[in-house]
Design a protein around this ligand. Structure first.
Ligand code: UDP
Ligand code: MG
Length: 317
């Protein structure tokens, strides 16, 4: 199969018929073998019955329904899990992303050899104050922090080689940082394509102000995770070992100092008259704690796959 189109959706009943029809038209025009995976992220409207209806008309449509709303990341992750196409394309359900971009994205992945091509909504049709400006600032910061030169990291329209999406784990708010996760998984060939962006035709945006809090926190965790969490012992353990070494060094200095004083006939109080004693003691205790924190982190990361335990309610395939 050439292409899997993965579409996470939450309360998008009005746009689904138009969206799937449009994708179908493009696919047939270019003779692509394809599937459209619609993941209903616990919609409260009639989205799922729309998915079921569309699926009976077009065999290339596959529907997955979550038991409740788990978030865009979980929906994408679940879609990635099911995807069979050589190229996987993600797209928002609200018709803001255009299916007409698919052929060029596909070409860039298959012919130009990009592991990942991210859309860039250069002319963005969203509110300036609540979306465009924050997004510019956000992308500037992320570029600086991750070294990935994308203008629009969070664009919903992206194309991947299948092996890329199979090797990353998207959870929490990580859908905003998939290129960071991909780069960390070893896929450095990241491209960008300016894409057409339209106004939202039906319904309302699902991402409110809370994304200003969650986004940055998840950026910190993505950086921390991509560097250290696979091996938390390496981060905390090294810190712990360094501090313990400092403690032992202080103890040695203290011992040498004391022997010299004893030789010179000075008998002070071993426990109270040396700062080194306290440095040594605290350092050894703190160091041991860091070490333990790393050990616990290691245990937690072993069971971290639990974080994607979304519940599938229904499936059409
Ligand atoms: N979405 C989802 N689960 C959620 C929130 C959003 O699957 O909890 C989907 C939504 O239906 C849409 C895409 O994610 O297909 C992008 O959401 P939205 O258009 O609201 O974001 P915006 O374009 O305003 O940034
Ligand atoms: Mg949108």
């Amino acid at each position: 199969m050439d292409i899997s189109v993965v579409v996470p959706l939450f309360n998008e009943e009005e746009s689904l018929p138009e969206l799937t029809q449009w994708i179908k038209k493009v696919m047939e025009k270019y003779n692509f073998s394809y599937e459209i995976i619609l993941i209903d992220d616990g919609s409260l409207d009639e989205s799922w019955s729309v998915v079921e209806k569309l699926q009976t008309k077009n065999q290339n449509i596959k529907g997955i329904k979550f038991r409740r709303n788990y978030g865009k990341s979980a929906a994408l992750y679940c879609g990635f899990d099911a995807a069979q196409g050589n190229v996987v394309i993600t797209m928002d359900a609200d018709l803001q992303d255009s299916p007409d971009e698919i052929p060029e994205l596909y070409r860039m992945v298959t012919e130009e050899g990009f592991d990942l091509v991210s859309g860039w909504k250069k002319k963005r049709h969203d509110p300036v104050l609540s979306k465009n400006l924050p997004s510019k600032l956000y992308n500037w910061t992320v570029r600086r922090m991750t070294g990935i030169k994308l203008h629009d990291m969070n664009c919903g329209l992206k194309a991947y080689k299948r092996k890329v999406i199979k090797s990353i784990e998207v959870y929490g708010e990580m859908h905003r940082y998939i290129p960071v996760l991909a780069k960390w998984a070893g896929y450095k060939n990241i491209g960008e394509k300016v894409v057409v962006h339209s106004e939202r035709k039906y319904g309302a945006t699902k991402f409110g102000l809370e994304r200003f809090v969650r986004g940055p926190l998840d950026l910190l965790s993505v950086i921390f995770i991509s560097r250290f969490v696979k091996r938390p012992m390496h981060f905390f353990g090294i810190l712990g070992v360094l501090i313990v070494i400092l403690g032992i060094a202080s103890a040695i200095v203290l011992a040498v100092q004391k022997t010299q004083q004893l030789k010179a006939g000075i008998y002070g109080n071993l426990l109270t008259d040396s700062t080194y004693f306290y440095i040594a003691l605290t350092a050894i205790i703190i160091g041991a704690q860091f070490f333990l924190a790393g050990f616990l982190g290691e245990l937690i990361s072993r069971s971290a796959s639990d974080r994607n335990k979304y519940q599938i309610d229904k499936k059409t395939f």
